[in-house]
Design a protein around this ligand. Structure first.
Ligand code: ZN
Length: 165
């Protein structure tokens, strides 16, 4: 049985450029009370270079088919397929790839939920090597963030901090 994975406070924080983190935080605040989702693109040398916002279609799917999609966009995300396919093409054209998938939790912590793990581990998940950035929005403000990476033994959570400028 899976359990939610929390940030491991004993591990050093992963550093991301302030501009990238601030763009993800802005998206998370604007999407509130729904979850936001999107992608971060980059290279091996510079994994976190650019943020591409994607539409969260979970509410649309929930309204159409509430049995298959019991949650709406406040408690889940379903990344718009056209948005992520276009992001992938555009990243490739810049010599980049999708390095990270991000989404927010509204009025919940920056942990990697059971549902997040199922989604990331699904055979059809389009970015199996990507990291996962989760941002916590409480009362309309970003209050925490964590980066979750897959390993042989499952996902490990790390704190995320701004790169010194
Ligand atoms: Zn989640």
């Amino acid at each position: 049985m899976r359990r939610r994975i929390e940030v491991d406070a004993d591990k050093p924080a992963v550093l991301m450029p302030a501009a990238v983190l601030n763009e993800v935080f802005a998206h998370a605040r604007e999407a509130d009370p729904e979850e936001c989702c999107g992608l971060i693109t980059g290279t091996d040398a510079e994994p976190y270079r650019a943020v591409v916002r994607c539409r969260n279609d979970m509410t649309r799917h929930h309204q159409r088919d509430p049995v298959t999609y019991p949650r709406d966009g406040r408690q889940g995300f379903y990344m718009n397929e056209q948005d992520y396919l276009r992001a992938e093409d555009e990243a490739e054209a810049r010599g980049e790839r999708i390095t990270c998938v991000y989404h927010s939790h509204v009025d919940a912590g920056a942990y990697f939920s059971e549902m997040d793990q199922d989604f990331a581990g699904e055979p059809l998940f389009p970015f199996p090597d990507a990291h996962h950035l989760v941002v916590s929005v409480v009362g309309g403000q970003v209050v925490g963030q964590g980066l979750f990476r897959g390993h042989a033994e499952g996902f490990v959570g790390r704190a995320v901090a701004h790169e010194p400028t």
